[in-house]
Design a protein around this ligand. Structure first.
Ligand code: 5GP
Ligand code: ZN
Length: 155
């Protein structure tokens, strides 16, 4: 486990030091209602242990979080009276992560609810195929040679 560098509100919630509305918990994962929901039923699926971003999470914990999310999604959707769901992870501060304890957002959606995750982002250009191919080759090369990517090989 990567220890929290500084105060973590989610660690507080998990150890019962602050008010929280829990909808699911087991030995590894906990899910609770977001304090400022995008839509009713907005749930956060969170590892009990403190990890910051997705690549910090051991594979078995990551798989467990995924399974918990899959179990929750249809139930949360129905409970919220929604028809669909955005599953969102903001991994890192520049990607919009505000609470640096990894979490998966389950955001119930229905037509006309006013929320949007606009992809493709309006106005973003479509690169030439050569540019997409070059980036794909770069990523593939780094995966084959972890030293070039400066990171660890994740299986
Ligand atoms: P992030 O921007 O890190 O992806 O999302 C953080 C989420 O945590 C936000 O949606 C925010 O509303 C929620 N949040 C922040 N503080 C608390 C809290 O004290 N309790 C709960 N339940 N949710 C929180
Ligand atoms: Zn934490």
């Amino acid at each position: 486990m990567k220890p929290s560098t500084g105060h973590c509100i989610f660690c507080d919630l998990i150890r019962g030091a602050a008010e929280v509305s829990i909808c699911y918990e087991d030995a590894t994962a906990i899910a609770f209602l977001d304090i400022q929901p995008v839509n009713p039923g907005h749930v956060l699926v969170v590892p009990r242990e403190h990890y910051e971003v997705l690549q910090d999470i051991p594979g078995d914990v990551g798989a467990h979080l995924y399974q918990a999310a899959v179990k929750l999604i249809p139930v949360v959707q129905t409970a919220a009276g929604a028809t669909d769901m955005n599953i969102v992870v903001n991994s890192g501060a520049a990607a919009g992560q505000n609470v640096m304890h990894y979490h998966i957002h389950l955001i119930p959606r229905k037509a006309g609810d006013g929320f949007d995750v606009p992809l493709p982002f309006p106005g973003s250009p479509m690169p030439h195929r050569q540019q997409l191919d070059a980036m794909a080759a770069r990523i593939g090369g780094m995966l084959r040679d972890p030293l070039r990517s400066g990171g660890k090989k994740n299986g």
